[in-house]
Design a protein around this ligand. Sequence first.
Ligand code: GAR
Length: 194
Amino acid sequence: MKKLNGKLKHNIAVFISGRGSNLKSIIKYSLKQNSYYTVKEVISNKQRAKGLIIAKKKNINNHFINFTKSKQLGNKVLSILKKNNIKLVCLAGFMKILPSYFIKSYNGKIINIHPSLLPKYKGLDTHKRVIANKEKYTGCTVHHVNVYLDSGRIILQKKVRITKKDTAKSIEKKVLKIEHKIYPKAINKVLTNL
Ligand code: GAR
C-alpha cells in the first residue's frame, strides 16, 4: 500500500474492453485527496482498446491479455494481481464473462458497473430494451461480481429520468455521465470496508 497525503491507498486493477471513459473517471478520482486507491494495473481483453492508450498516457502499467486462453488468464492475470498487491478488481466496460474459478480466487474482490437499474435489464443492449419497454427511469449500478451474470450484491445505484424525446443513444450519454460519478465513489466505499 502506498502512502499519499498521509493516507494509505490500496492498489486496484481496472479491466476494460474498449473506450475507457469509466477508467478515465476512476483515474481522475484516484488523484483526489479523498480517494482510497491508486490505479496500479489496467488489463484489456482487446488489443486495440482505447482505454489502453489512456493508461499509457497516465504511466499506468497496462496489458493486453487474451482471455480466451485459460493459461494466460490463470497464470498471467493472477500473477500480475498478486505481484502488485491488488486489493480490488474493477470491471469497467469489460465485455467478457470471467470464468468461475477466477471469480472464486478473487472472492468478493471484483466489482462491476452495469448500465441499468439492476436487477432490471441484465446483459447486453440495456438502453434499447429500456426504450422499447417505455420505462420512465433508468440508471446504473455498481455491484459485486459473483458467478451469475450481473447478479452480485449491489454497492451503489443512481437513477436518471427518461423523457419522451430520449433515444437509446441519448440515454447512453445520460447514464454514462452518472456512471462516471458513482463508480469512483463505489470503489472508495468498498475499500473502506475491506
Ligand atoms: C459503460 O456504459 C458500462 O456500464 C458498460 O459498458 C460501457 C463502457 O464504457 N458495461 C457493460 O455493459 C457491462 N455489461 P467505457 O468503456 O467508456 O467505460
